[in-house]
Design a protein around this ligand. Structure first.
Ligand SMILES: Cc1cc2nc3c(=O)[nH]c(=O)nc-3n(C[C@H](O)[C@H](O)[C@H](O)COP(=O)(O)OP(=O)(O)OC[C@H]3O[C@@H](n4cnc5c(N)ncnc54)[C@H](O)[C@@H]3O)c2cc1C
Length: 492
């Protein structure tokens, strides 16, 4: 690498050292000629040469929010997803030993519940693909992308590496760990936090709370009333019953736009050909992925070489998502194709967006937890289509015209988005299967918080974080949101 840099800069390799790779991305714009583009941090022994590709390194600004002093060393964290776990990790750095609570089970027991769901159609509404230790991303592709690049995000990458993630995640443009990698890390984080004196309370739901004089005075956890000094909510985007309870008790929430659509499943070899020019590049570069955006919608949460999964957390509902292993070796790739929805689509009431999600998920529940699916071509022609369709989807699919699932305006926007994608990659939908509904792209609710304090507008000792607060989306940004709050606590 040093030789190449020296040649490009027209200087001897002995005049600089490469401190680190800052960023590594694959440029596939020229078909059959994929090129890695590196951003490096170099240190020169004397003044650097003049070169258009060289610029002075500016470290990321570190925002130092004011500390929060507490008397009780055991703040309560509700939710053991990325936001809750990374909030706890930041706290133990300052000698604080939070108690964590989750309605779901330890990862090992949760794995059994998920298999029961896919194989026998038995759903535990508290321990499933969305709920339980590790949170919603535990059965995911483990994509570690984030739109934000701040000091907190970087900190999450170094923490993940500390717990065994590959070092490349710190600089790769599209890092991922697979469901296997995420599960390994969740177990190591649990062991570490336990060793630091934290307590893990499983199968313990937050069911009620009492507000008094602008503070949370009492909370019902597993039906026992308790009086925490600090109360952190890291609920995730599926905590519908809990949001309702919070609202009824006087916590300020508001509706927030999100996105709705379906999963598209395609042959991975086709995707590799579209992106690389020749599918054989995948042997060297791994399964390819795409990300497309147009006026009517966008692709989202791609799982190359993965599986489509039904990820329900409530009985009699079907909701799709995607999952892959770190090797991404499967023959098919899938991605969500979604369109943004707002009050114009669902109305102005606080629960209207959430109710749209629920109605689609209920409507899709016609054959147990199988997901409705059809060929993309048939969807575009509003035809019922053939029964002869195959998908990796767990637990399975049944044929259904998805135009009869979505409101017409949403169907039309999804059709336009499919056509746009086909314009970018001809044959994009020719052999593709659509599986629906993808409704849990992000939270339909925001638990409003004060800008700098991060505490709820309604209770000074209540801190909503992560995706369920509506202020983050995805594994990394939710973990970073948790870390940002957690590191502020100090024992008085
Ligand atoms: C199948 C799937 C695949 C995904 N793939 C990716 C991906 O590849 N990359 C990515 O960045 N993101 C992915 N996501 C999204 C990602 O998982 C979430 O953005 C992330 O987990 C949000 O973190 P969080 O900690 O805010 O919430 P969550 O991870 O949702 O955790 C919330 C926790 O709170 C608990 N809880 C909720 N209500 C209560 C209550 N009343 N009492 C007690 N506990 C409660 C839940 O049981 C849950 O464990 C995926 C999601 C799913 C479902």
């Amino acid at each position: 690498m040093a030789e190449k840099v020296a040649k490009e800069l027209h200087i001897p390799p002995s005049t600089f050292i490469i401190n680190r790779i800052i960023h590594k991305a694959l440029d596939t714009r020229k078909k059959n000629y994929p090129v890695f583009v590196y951003t490096l941090e170099l240190e020169f022994s004397s003044s650097p040469p003049n070169h258009p590709d060289l610029s002075e390194f500016k470290p990321l600004k570190i925002e130092i929010p004011p500390p929060i002093f507490i008397n009780n060393p055991h703040p309560y964290i509700i939710g053991m997803g990325p936001a809750g776990l990374f909030c706890a990790l930041a706290m133990v750095e300052n000698g604080i030993q939070p108690w964590l609570f989750d309605r779901g089970e330890p990862l090992e027991d949760r794995l059994i519940k998920v298999q029961d769901f896919w194989q026998k159609g038995i759903l535990d509404e508290n321990s499933n693909i969305q709920f339980g230790e590790g949170g919603a991303g535990t059965f995911s592709d483990g994509k570690l992308t984030s739109r934000r690049n701040d000091a907190f995000t970087q900190r999450i990458f170094s923490e993940l590496i500390k717990f065994g993630a590959p070092e490349e995640i710190a600089y790769e443009a599209l890092p991922h760990m697979g469901t296997d990698g995420i599960q390994r890390i969740v177990k190591r984080i649990r062991e570490y936090l336990l060793a630091k004196g934290c307590k893990f309370h499983y199968r313990t739901s937050l069911t009620d709370l009492v507000l008094k004089e602008g503070k949370v005075a009492q909370v019902a956890l597993g039906n026992q009333w308790q009086e925490p000094e600090i109360f952190i909510l890291a609920l995730g985007n599926a905590a519908r019953d809990t949001w309702k309870m919070l609202y009824e008790r006087g916590i300020t929430l508001e509706a927030k736009p999100f996105a709705i659509g379906f999963r598209i499943e395609q042959k991975q070899s086709d995707i590799n050909r579209w992106i690389y020019g020749n599918e054989q590049w995948a042997e060297v570069l791994g399964a390819a992925s795409y990300r497309l955006t147009c006026k009517t919608g966008f692709t989202f949460c791609m799982c190359p070489g993965g599986k489509v999964i039904v990820a329900s957390s409530e009985k009699n509902t079907v909701v799709t998502n995607g999952m892959s292993f770190s090797s991404r070796e499967g023959d098919a790739g899938n991605s969500a194709i979604v369109t943004a929805v707002n009050a114009n689509d669902y109305g102005n009431g606080i629960w209207d967006g959430m109710n749209l999600q629920i109605s689609l998920e209920n409507k899709a529940f016609r054959k147990g937890y199988l997901a409705p699916a059809q060929k993309a071509k048939d969807f575009l022609q509003n035809q019922n289509g053939s029964h002869n369709i195959h998908s990796t989807c767990l637990p399975g699919i049944y044929p259904f015209n998805l135009n009869n699932l979505f409101p017409i305006a949403i169907s039309n926007r999804l059709s336009s988005t499919l056509k746009y994608c086909n314009h970018i990659f001809p044959e994009f939908y020719t052999n593709s299967i659509l599986i629906a509904p993808e409704t849990r792209t992000s939270s339909p609710i925001k638990i409003l918080r004060k800008k700098n304090e991060l505490s709820s507008l309604s209770a000074a000792n209540l801190y909503p974080i992560g995706e369920g607060s509506g202020y983050s989306g995805g594994i990394i940004s939710s973990a970073a949101d948790g870390w940002r709050l957690g590191e502020r606590f100090r024992i008085r």
